[in-house]
Design a protein around this ligand. Structure first.
Ligand code: UT7
Length: 323
């Protein structure tokens, strides 16, 4: 008998304000055509002025609990992946805990920027296999609109706000790759690439700062590293690209998503793509795509999924999971 962290629910939340590419044409030297062609992005959602990461995370969490038929009191732990928590502390996760009315258990944040959700899933899996928790809510939630430089056309058109959540529960498997649940994880980071993607503020500067990115360089690393980490996790599980039903990639750029799928030998018909509607929502992008993919009827029980992501750090990684 093998213990597996298995998905029983997913849910998401997107703020009301929907901004098409054309809205940027009024204030920046950019076009809808450039943004679509270079990124695949057509629109994104932005949070209302008072709306926070934990507000959105709590809504996504309640949707995931509803799908699983569970109450907040059934949950042992909450992990929120975010780089845009409401405050420096306490964690967004403890704010979600309060917002959904959960009084027991424990909650904390994981900060690995766009790779945050695969880091949080890996952490949840490790806690569950170690017997520390039986039911864990893993949430990716971001308000990148609060850290964008609205005068920088090379970054501000790329990002969006939103939240996605997943409930993981312990189930028993036979130890084979046919088991449902998390089958393998693979994480990496390399702090020497800090200057490629960072926020130029924080505690040390006294101001929150804005996002800075060397887009072309990050693109190069993404194409090289994403297929590598996905293939390493598949190999760990005794599987290959041929076994994959769905790649659920971090949604930063359609060209990166296509190049990664091609390297893995997986056709685009087996890739969940939401970048056109959400833009890059950092740690929220994978759980948002999962929830939308389930809603569209793409992802079904028993399907083999690979999630892969890269972002600031650089930090990157992947998770192989049978739905
Ligand atoms: O989630 C974290 C990970 N992040 C990523 O994965 C992002 C990775 N990078 C990318 O997705 C792409 O590199 C970008 C979408 C950021 C940029 O696309 P690119 O094809 O790499 O363009 P580029 O940076 O090479 O720029 C090409 C041209 C430049 O003009 P010049 O120097 O050739 O005259 C840019 O100034 O496009 C210009 N440009 C724009 N033009 C119109 C850059 N941004 C814009 C814009 N509108 N918004």
């Amino acid at each position: 008998m093998t213990i597996r962290a298995t998905v029983t629910g997913v849910g998401h939340y997107l703020p009301d304000r929907l901004v098409p590419n054309s809205e940027f044409e009024a204030t920046l030297d950019t076009t809808d055509e450039w943004i679509r062609e270079r990124t695949g992005i057509e629109r994104r959602h932005f949070a209302a002025p008072g709306q926070t990461t934990s507000d959105m995370g709590a809504r996504a969490a309640l949707a995931a609990l509803a799908m699983a038929g569970r109450e907040p009191g059934d949950v042992d732990a909450i992990i929120v992946a975010t780089s845009t928590p409401d405050l420096t502390f306490p964690s967004a996760a403890t704010m979600v805990q309060k917002a959904i009315g959960m009084t027991g258990g424990f909650a904390f944040d994981v900060q690995a920027v766009c790779a945050g959700f695969v880091y949080a899933l890996t952490t949840a899996n490790a806690l569950m296999l170690a017997g520390q928790a039986k039911r864990v809510l893993v949430i990716g939630a971001e308000t990148f609109s609060k850290i964008l430089d609205w005068t920088d056309r090379t970054t501000c058109v790329l990002f969006g706000d939103g939240a996605g959540a997943m409930l993981l529960e312990i189930e028993e498997g036979d130890g084979s790759a046919r088991d449902r649940g998390i089958l393998a994880t693979d994480l990496h980071s390399d702090g020497s690439f800090k200057d490629l993607l960072y926020v130029d503020g924080g505690i040390s500067t006294g101001a929150p700062g804005v996002l800075k990115m060397e887009g072309r360089e990050v693109f190069r690393h993404a194409v090289a590293k994403l297929a590598q980490t996905a293939e390493a996790a598949l190999e760990q599980a005794g599987l290959s690209g041929a076994d994959v039903d769905w790649i659920v990639p971090h949604q930063a750029n359609l060209r990166i998503i296509k190049a990664t799928a091609q390297k893995m030998g997986v056709p685009m018909e087996r890739v969940v793509v939401t970048v056109q509607d959400h833009g890059n929502t950092s740690a929220a992008s994978i759980p948002l795509a999962l929830s939308v993919g389930v809603g569209r009827g793409q992802i079904k029980r028993g399907d083999l999924l690979v999630m892969e992501a890269i972002g600031g750090g650089l930090a990157w990684g992947s998770v192989v999971l049978r739905w």
